[in-house]
Design a protein around this ligand. Structure first.
Ligand SMILES: C[S@@+](CC[C@H](N)C(=O)[O-])C[C@H]1O[C@@H](n2cnc3c(N)ncnc32)[C@H](O)[C@@H]1O
Length: 171
């Protein structure tokens, strides 16, 4: 599985999940903007199209690309990207210690794990959590959601997500 992370060097290196993924040999860390793979599936929290099982061909051919930057800068950083295949993740809850419990504010590790899970590469997804103490928390907190999204098309996932959000509002 080809996993790439473009690293903006805006984070605390001790807490950065991307740099740790690089150290563990899980992902290739890229710091030169000219070397960013343009066809990979870019995980963009501001995109309108959801990650789905329909992305398997892109993932197989070109891999997944996370963009590790500070959440404070993220909107500006993503406005500058011109990658071809940009995707948002559907509603999921952060399991990491920094943003625990917050919707959609995932670490780069969590975002890549969720993408693989939804596209039905469950074993590959779960194996990336080895080496991260809180890693399994992400799966535990989101197991039901991930199972609902896994194997579905982008349109189906948006429908499922909207139903989940409506049910939460009406509770
Ligand atoms: C903003 S950075 C923060 C990284 C954090 N400092 C860390 O240590 O992992 C997280 C990256 O993960 C991906 N990501 C996180 N949440 C996402 C979402 N809801 N949809 C799509 N991508 C997401 C994006 O590439 C995003 O830029």
């Amino acid at each position: 599985m080809k996993l790439f992370i473009y690293h903006e060097k805006q984070c605390d290196p001790k807490r950065c999940t991307a740099l740790k993924m690089g150290r563990l040999g899980y992902a290739k860390i890229i710091t030169n903007p000219n070397k960013v793979p343009r066809n990979s599936l870019l995980l963009n929290p501001y995109s309108e199209k959801s990650v789905s099982v329909e992305d398997r061909e892109i993932i197989e051919k070109y891999g997944i690309l996370g963009l590790d930057c500070s959440w404070k800068q993220a909107e500006i950083v993503f406005k500058k990207t011109n990658a071809r295949n940009q995707r948002v993740l559907p509603f999921l809850i952060a399991g990491n210690p920094v943003n625990y419990g917050k919707p959609c504010k995932l670490t780069t590790l969590e975002a890549i794990v969720a993408t693989l899970y939804i596209a039905n590469y469950k074993n590959e997804a779960v194996s990336l959590l080895n080496g991260f103490k809180w890693g399994n928390t992400f799966i535990d907190v989101n197991k039901e959601l991930l199972e609902q999204y896994c194997g579905k098309t982008s349109d189906e996932i948006i429908r499922i997500q909207n139903e989940i959000l409506n049910n939460m509002r009406n509770r």
